[in-house]
Design a protein around this ligand. Structure first.
Ligand SMILES: C[S@@+](CC[C@H](N)C(=O)[O-])C[C@H]1O[C@@H](n2cnc3c(N)ncnc32)[C@H](O)[C@@H]1O
Length: 264
């Protein structure tokens, strides 16, 4: 779970959101055909909630689960913690609206190979895997007890939970080497500036030409905002899209570098 000590408090969150809202454009004004297609897909396509109903039932069940889990939190300098399942799902899992957007982004990108950093109890993985069932999907989780819980959750949903257990520092390089190329990566763990830039640098070398990296919570802290800025400025990135809750980057060769701040 994220290290609260470094994250913005409520007041700062409100301020960053207002600043984002005043600077961000309406999606209809986007000139890049690819990005326009993406936001149009998010706004206009029919979202088949029926496909995700069992995941939301699982979320409701987990919100009532008082089972206590002990784990080492690699997102918080490896500190040992004990949390109930209900606490983990309430604080760590993407909410229903954000999972919908994530599912629509991955649906639009249509990856053959996808990767998630930060499984937690498997909610976002379940949404993404249900959206692109044909993709090879891997997710990485540092805490073995949480990964085991996620694995059971996913098997209850009838979704194959391809979970690699270990610290991103060890498992990410091995996984990228084994996959060679990835088309979609969702980074949702260890929201520290240096680590986020380090994951980006590792992933970008393996990203396919049509691939996408999604960073979660780019306004979560000063460090995450700086990391997001560094990533957007990177020469290898051609398109970057700031949706506030998510930051997306594409490397599409031949495309003139552009940055978008868009209200969804
Ligand atoms: C915010 S939660 C992921 C939530 C999940 N994506 C969802 O929406 O359902 C982040 C997870 O990443 C894991 N994590 C954080 N830093 C990590 C690291 N360095 N290595 C491995 N796992 C890590 C934590 O244990 C935690 O379960």
């Amino acid at each position: 779970m994220p290290n609260k000590a470094n994250s913005f408090g409520l007041g700062q969150r409100i301020r960053t959101y207002i600043r984002f809202w005043t600077k961000a454009k309406q999606w209809q004004s986007v000139h890049s055909p690819y990005v326009f297609g993406l936001v149009k897909h998010i706004h206009s396509s029919h979202f088949d909630w029926k496909k995700y109903r069992s995941i939301e039932s699982l979320r409701s069940k987990l919100k009532r689960d008082n089972t206590s889990i002990s784990f080492q939190d690699f997102g918080d300098n490896g500190v040992s913690k004990q949390r109930t399942v209900r606490d983990i799902v309430r604080k760590s899992a993407k909410n229903r609206a954000q999972c919908k957007v994530l599912a629509q982004i991955i649906e639009y990108v249509k990856p053959e190979v996808a990767l998630e950093l930060g499984t937690s109890l498997g909610i976002s993985y379940a949404y993404m895997a249900a959206s692109v069932p044909q993709a090879t999907f891997i997710t990485i989780e540092g805490a073995p007890a949480i990964a085991e819980f996620a694995s059971n959750n996913l098997s209850d949903l009838g979704i194959f939970g391809n979970i690699k257990v270990g610290n991103f520092n060890d498992v990410l390089p091995q996984t990228l080497k084994a996959l060679e190329t990835v088309d979609f990566v969702y980074v949702d763990g260890n929201h520290q500036e240096e680590s986020t830039i380090n994951y980006f640098n590792q992933i970008v070398g393996h990203l396919s030409k049509t691939g996408c990296i999604v960073f979660d919570d780019i306004y979560w802290s000063e460090g995450m905002m700086k990391a997001w800025q560094t990533i957007c400025d990177d020469k290898r990135v051609s398109l970057s899209v700031d949706f506030y809750h998510f930051g997306l980057v594409f490397i599409r060769p031949g495309v003139i570098k552009q940055h978008f701040m868009l209200r969804l």
